[in-house]
Design a protein around this ligand. Structure first.
Ligand code: F6P
Length: 556
């Protein structure tokens, strides 16, 4: 990695001053207005018609790192792409990106650097924070993780239970599931929910003599995680098994981990410049390393590192994360589609939508700009999804014929992992491509009439035909990759991380704090004694009181 870039330029400072003075600079306002004009210009235009230009598909795709991102089935044309790129330039995405990689404290509300990229900087090129190179410590921790993983993988341990929530759960849970064909270590389980059902169901699968617990928590104070960790301790005790060697801690809070009774050699620390939802690349990824082995884990890091280099060096129009972000901005802030479906035609990516929900919604679900002003454009979209083809038999009805447009992000591997089941994979790919085509093409009333002409007549034919019309013109993108292996997964996750970053910069959001999770936690703490009836609920609103009364009446 290069040395830290100089402090953010004069241009950004001027922009910040302009923002403070007027809420939003004239230049930026003009850019957003331009986007709206483009939205009005293309209204009603046939998406399929764009392919009359023979090179439409190639012109509106990005190939990088062996993957293809095709956004040609959107309304983005040359002038719209220019407008989007201009937005990225006005927002100084390049300067912000360089500041992030250089370890500047771009997480301004928490006064922290944002350096998950250092965790996959396998070459160890210096990255300086507060005057000190962080890389020796990062690589030493990776070596310690490797040593422990090798020991545990060669031991009698059969089950590993990762206890964590949010970023301390979703990343490794998603990746462990995604890379099942590469598992050659202990079975990994993930307990996140404070609902006792989660840990109870998991412990039933484990033999206490052959189980190890990983307590994964950046803060080591998260109520769900600490409650589950204490329950795991009590379970071992109830089974007559000593704690010794049974717990590993992954945390930034070394004191709290020690206070829980985990010896220092089993504690893997990371710095506050690793955000929870960006932490799978370091100690929080230990369960993944146990499952696929240290080499596989390094391949995962290598993939992400390759995406980092691509993000830092490729021109905007050939830059996959930047173009993915600009497509997102176009659909959400440009066209007003406040939702985004992530549809992996890859069953092992079943947890990817949940992972991306945290990554995108916790990062860009903010109402104020960096300077504390109200946002003048919409914040990040609602992200959701399910693997194909399952979703087709559930919610695609709405995507095809509902009155709201849901931009869809498909992804699919060229190759599956089951050569003996190649015909399954062919069907999977065909379905993925068919859905994108169906969304774009739709079905006209005439085509629908032709479909039912033999079955109905007159007014009934007309009525039946109308039910079979698909409006079409619905946008989607498709990411194709050769095969889901550790390196490819690393590339895909880093792609989405940088996408979130670029969208956040364009929206002038701090993508690295999460103040919006605080209030509910505070209220839950206060409600605890009311649930147990140790305190009256007098001060609460009528609805909360009524709900508590019902719980109290029905709890025994
Ligand atoms: O409540 C939200 C959050 O702080 C997430 O940002 C984080 O990933 C999760 O809780 C878990 O936090 P920790 O790793 O500190 O237990």
């Amino acid at each position: 990695m290069p040395q830290p870039a100089p402090a953010l330029g004069a241009r950004r400072r001027r922009r910040a001053i302009a923002l403070r003075a007027s809420g939003i600079s004239q230049e930026t306002k003009q850019m957003w207005d331009d986007l709206k004009h483009h939205a009005a210009r293309i209204e009603g235009r046939s998406l399929a018609g764009l392919f009359d230009a023979p090179s439409r598909a190639e012109d509106f795709s990005v190939s990088a790192l062996g993957m293809l991102f095709d956004y040609s089935k959107t309304q983005i044309d040359e002038p719209i792409r220019d407008a989007l790129v201009a937005l990225a330039e006005t927002a100084d995405v390049a300067a912000r990106r360089d500041a992030m990689f250089a370890g500047e404290k771009i997480n301004e509300t928490e006064g922290r650097a944002v350096l998950h990229t250092a965790l996959r900087n396998l070459d160890g090129t210096p990255v300086v924070v507060d005057g000190a190179d962080v890389m020796p410590e990062v690589l030493a921790t990776l070596d310690r993780m490797t040593a422990l993983a090798e020991t545990l993988r060669a031991s009698h341990v059969r089950d590993v239970v990762n206890i964590g929530i949010g970023g301390s759960d979703l990343g490794p849970a998603m990746a462990v599931r995604a890379l099942a064909p590469f598992h050659d270590g202990p079975r990994c389980h993930f307990v996140s929910n404070v609902d006792g059902a989660d840990i109870a169901d998991t412990l039933r699968l484990c033999d206490p003599a052959h189980t190890v617990f990983i307590v994964a928590s950046k803060t080591f104070t998260t109520i769900e995680t600490m409650t589950n960790a204490r329950t795991a301790k009590a379970w071992l005790a109830s089974e007559g098994i000593a704690d010794e060697g049974k717990f590993i801690a992954l945390s930034s809070n070394l004191e709290k981990a020690a206070a829980f009774g985990i010896p220092a050699e089993r504690v893997f620390g990371f710095e506050d410049w690793v955000g929870g939802r960006y932490s799978v690349w370091g100690p929080i990824g230990l369960s993944l390393m146990l499952a696929i082995g240290p080499e596989g884990f390094r391949a995962f890091l290598r993939g992400a590192q390759a995406m980092d280099t691509h993000f830092r060096t490729a021109p905007w129009r050939e830059n996959m994360p930047v173009m993915l972000a600009l497509v997102g901005i176009w659909h959400n802030q440009g066209l007003g589609h406040a939702t985004r479906a992530v549809l992996p035609y890859d069953n092992r990516l079943a947890r990817l939508p949940a992972y991306l929900q945290q990554l995108e919604m916790e990062s860009n679900g903010k109402g104020v700009s960096m300077d504390g002003q109200d946002l003048t454009v919409a914040s990040g979209p609602v992200v959701w999804g399910e693997p194909g083809t399952n979703g087709q038999h559930a919610f695609y009805q709405l995507i095809h014929q509902g009155t709201r447009v849901v931009p869809c992000e498909f992804m699919v591997a060229a190759q599956g992992h089951e050569p003996e089941l190649a015909h399954h994979h062919h069907l999977l790919v065909a379905n993925c491509l068919a859905q994108a085509e169906a969304l774009m093409r739709g079905r006209t009333l005439d085509e629908a009439r032709a479909k039912v002409a033999g079955q109905f007549e007159g007014a009934e034919l007309e009525r039946q035909a109308r039910h079979r019309v698909f409006p079409g013109n619905r946008p989607s993108t498709t990411l194709v990759y050769p095969r889901l292996d550790p390196e490819t997964l690393g590339k895909i996750i880093a792609l989405y991380e940088h996408r979130v970053f670029v969208e956040g910069v364009i929206l002038d959001i701090n993508s690295y704090d999460q103040w919006g999770v605080e209030l509910g936690k505070e209220l839950a703490t206060a409600l605890g004694p009311m649930v147990t009836q140790d305190q009256p609920a007098d001060g609460k609103d009528g609805s909360t009181q009524q709900l508590l009364r019902f719980v109290h009446r029905n709890a025994t």
